[in-house]
Design a protein around this ligand. Structure first.
Ligand code: GTP
Ligand code: MG
Length: 370
């Protein structure tokens, strides 16, 4: 699935940078264009992969390039006033080649959350492609302004997009009460980018050989995400045994005999173990998966390991676990892969309790006082 990505605010820019990094690492091409919008000049300058002419500094009349320092009301006002400028990076981009827009932000601050909602709204008005949000936030915040910004921005982003991928960073750090370092944010955003990138790259049919009934395509991703709401991503990646590197093995591949012989029991059990691992304890947004309305199971790895029976069985298992009859599955064969990955997308999940509990923090009730 080809995507055009926006990153708003500091966190949003970082998520898009990590997506670009993952795309490079995978040596694939699913990002049609990438842009960043921020009110802090220094954070835009610190970006490395988003092209300079696709970085938009706005709100300069109010902040002089220093950012809104968590004042989301003023951030929203500036984004609405300067919405045309925010979309300028799309002017010269091949938008018709993209299947969807992806707007990424960290919620809780003054710029990213409100700006992501404004951009998403404008994109939906102007283009036919679906608009997906990526929202990183922390449910461990005890700061009432951060909590109320998070909840408000999430509501706005859900209503302005076709779906929002939620990422609760509190579920991914060792000590929730410790401030998160830049390095940790890089690690977390890279983890999120790997999941999103696995999904987008899977929906990217590149060669004629890839076209098969079992391969995921962009429309399956869109169908999984139709109807709107909040989505969570589960993921498990484990190394595969190395390919036969003996002289005979290499010679066979050289003459085009690429078939790898794989133990069927081993390949089945890997898919089953990893599907369960992806869903149990590895969700970007820990939640009650029984509330999901739709799902998608994507298995990535060398073709011989993509055991169709196991994929169908695990699709059935996911249907049982979610109570949804709309779980799709597909594979993404990568002949050079050294790992097997299982990605589970669950759409339309109910907001978890940890998220709704932020309302009390927003209202000024510090949970630590309880
Ligand atoms: N995922 C992620 N989250 C971050 C990062 N940096 C900060 N955050 C968190 O994301 C939320 C928004 O922070 P920022 O992105 O810095 O804020 P902003 O949108 O730039 O808004 P202002 O700076 O207040 O104008 C906060 O709750 C931060 O704790 C990052 O690099 N990655
Ligand atoms: Mg900022």
């Amino acid at each position: 699935m080809n995507v055009f990505c926006f990153g708003t605010g500091k966190a949003g820019g970082n998520v898009v940078e990590q997506l670009l990094r993952y795309e490079r690492q995978l040596k694939t091409d699913f990002i049609v264009g990438a842009a960043a919008c921020d009110t802090t000049a220094a954070d835009l300058d610190a970006l490395e992969l988003i092209p300079e002419d696709a970085r938009v500094l706005f709100g300069t009349a109010e902040t002089n390039g220093k950012g809104f320092e968590s004042d989301a009301a003023r951030g929203a006002e500036a984004a609405k006033r300067e919405h045309r400028q925010l979309l300028e990076p799309t002017d010269s981009a091949p938008i018709s080649a993209s299947d969807a827009f992806v707007v990424c932000a960290g919620l809780g601050g003054g710029t990213g959350g409100p700006t992501a909602a404004v951009i998403a709204e404008r994109l939906s008005e102007l283009y036919d492609q679906p608009v997906y949000g990526v929202a990183s936030f922390s449910t461990s915040t005890t700061d009432s302004r951060c909590a109320s910004n998070t909840l408000r921005s999430l509501r706005q982003l859900v209503s302005a997009t076709d779906h929002v991928f939620g990422f609760d960073t509190a579920s991914r750090v060792k000590d929730e009460d410790e401030p998160v370092s830049e390095e940790t944010y890089d690690t977390l955003d890279a983890e999120l980018a790997r999941r999103l990138g696995t999904l987008f790259a899977a929906g990217e049919v590149t060669t004629a050989d890839d076209v098969g009934a079992s391969v995921v395509d962009a429309s399956e991703i869109m169908n999984t995400l139709r109807g709107g709401g909040l989505a969570t991503l589960g993921y498990s990646e484990r190394p595969l045994p190395p390919r036969d590197t003996s002289v005979v093995g290499r010679l066979k591949r050289l003459v085009g005999d690429d078939a790898e012989s794989v133990d069927q029991i081993d390949s089945q059990s890997r898919i089953t173990t990893q599907t369960r691992e992806a869903v149990r304890g590895q969700l970007t947004l820990p939640c009650d998966i029984g509330t999901a309305s739709r799902g998608l199971l994507v298995i990535t790895g060398r073709p011989a390991w993509l055991n169709r029976d196991a994929i169908s069985q695990n699709q059935g298992w996911l249907e049982d676990q979610t109570g949804s009859l709309e779980v799709r599955n597909g594979d993404d064969p990568r002949p050079d892969a050294d790992a097997l990955s299982v990605l589970v997308v669950l759409g339309g999940v109910a907001p978890p309790e940890r998220l709704t509990a932020l309302q009390a923090v927003a209202d000024g009730d510090d949970p630590n006082d309880a």
